[in-house]
Structures are given as structure tokens and as C-alpha cells.
Design a protein around this ligand. Sequence first.
Ligand code: F6P
Length: 328
Amino acid sequence: MSNKINKIGVLTSGGDSPGMNAAIRSVVRTCAYHKIECVGIYRGYQGMIEGDFTDMGPRSVNNIVNKGGTILKSARSTEFRTAEGRKKAHEQLLKANVDALVVIGGDGTFTGGLLFNSEYNFPIIGIPGTIDNDIFGTTHTLGYDTALNTVVECIDKIRDTAISHNRLFFVEVMGRDAGHIALNAGIGAGAEEILIPEEKLGLDRLLESLKKSKASGKSSSIVVIAEGDKIGKSVFELKDYVETNLPEYDVRVSVLGHMQRGGSPSCFDRVLASRLGVKAVESLMEGKSNYMVGLQNNKVELTPLEQAIKSKSEIDIELLRVSDIMST
Ligand code: F6P
């Protein structure tokens, strides 16, 4: 294969996130700017296996910068996990004369991309797209900022009814293995307590904290819980546990769920997507592969995909302290 890149394939894979469309637009338009052909691959790696491709030019991405979801659709492909599936995908790329890939998604997407590269030496650059913000090598993944704003808006509304009824609300937010959404949206929305997988609060401390809060004169409270953290209990079991041990509390549960993944991307996510898409295409043009483009100190930088997957994006412990002080 010659080093010159003539045609780039772009796909979105795994859980969608706001800003993915803005990233597709950026990849397509950067290709057009540099006179490189671009092909959109539908439904992530599954569409790659099936040859579900569409030629894309600058006009095929009109009016999507503001749209949530992904026009290329997304999937979590089990077939791509097999050697046979990846072989089929490679054949489809060769047939369509695609000679490099930009993959937009989370760690599952990058893991699949790296494996594919190790087998076929196919140039790949990753763009981090997940609301969870759990990727090493970038301070922000695409969709995280939008999701934070969505969660804060929802909790503000929940607070209205919590105050009116003197209730305690457990609000479960997304974040399969990471507490970034819970911690930051929790502080932004003025939560009494924030439960995240990175810090084991424990049931006793939760009860203590709720007692303290009542004694300090608070009549309603919000506890934000990352879905990855149940202190060994589901959020509904947690409600029962607290009501049994602190009968003075009238508890309600609100699981925000997939609404957190939808909606128009924030300005921050649109700008980030535009910057990352440019860097992804230009990195491929420079002959780079197996990197993720990400934001570090407000600069777009490259991180080896392997490191992006293996290292952990740590939560800021100082934020836990801030949250503690704010709930005084
Ligand atoms: O990884 C993003 C995410 O939204 C997680 O926060 C959540 O646990 C998961 O995806 C849900 O995935 P699905 O939509 O496949 O149920």
C-alpha cells in the first residue's frame, strides 16, 4: 500500500454521543479541503463488514453540526470481535479503495481498531466520542460537556419538586465505570452527596451524611449516583435501605437514562469535534496511525491508542472535597 492517503473511511461506533455529527462533518470537510475522498461507513464495524458505505462530500454534511446522535448510525458489533468478521471488513475496505480509517467512539471502538490494525496494518486514528469521559489522553470526550448540561438541567427540575414536597431524591446518572458525569454534574446541580465508582462512600457514611444534612436544617436533598456505583445495591434498594434506617426521609428515585446521550451538542462539543476531526485527517496524511486525537491543556494532542485504552482517566479528587464543602 502506498503511503499517500487517497480515501478515508469514517465511522461511529459504540454508544452515540452529542458531537459525533460535528466530528463526521469535520472529517468529511477536512478531506474535501485536502482533496482526499471520503466514505461514510454506516453502523460502525458492522457496516464495515457488510460494505454499507456511502460517498461523502462537503455538502453531505450540511446542517448536522447542531444535531445529536450520529447520521452514520452506531452499533456494538459482535461479529467484528471474530477474526472472520475482521477479514470480511478488510475485504470490503479494499474493494471500496479505502486506505485509512477515522473511528469515532469509546474504548471498545479503539480496541477493535487496534486489533484490526495489528492484523492488516491498516492506518487508523481514533476520535474519543462518549458521554462518560472515561478515556485517557483527553480532558474531554465528545458529548461529555453536553451530557453534563443535560443532567444539570434535569436535576434543577427535580429540585423544584423535591423542595415542594420536602423529599430526598436519588438521581442515577450514566457512567458505566466512571464517575465523571456524577461528580461534575453533582457539583453543578448542588447535590448533597455524590456516589461514584472511584470512591467507595459506604452505606454508613451515606446515612451519617443524610442525618447531618437533616440536622443542619435542610428539608430536601439531592443525591447523585453514578450507574457504576450502587454500594452493592441497586438505586431502588438504596431507597428502601435509607427509608428503613432514616424513616424521617421520604425518598424518590429518578433514573435519567438515555436522555443523557441525546440532544443538540453544546458549543464546546461542536468546537472540540471540529478541532479533533481536522487533526485526525491531517495525522493520517502525515502517515501516523494508532493514535487518538484529544484535548490536553486546551491543545489538540496525539496519544497512542493503546495508552488511551489501558490507562485510566482519573477523576479529580479535589472535586470530591469541593463537593463536601459545598454540602455544608
Ligand atoms: O458508554 C456510554 C454509555 O452511555 C454508558 O454510560 C452506559 O452505561 C452505556 O453507554 C449504555 O449502553 P447501551 O445504550 O448500549 O445500553
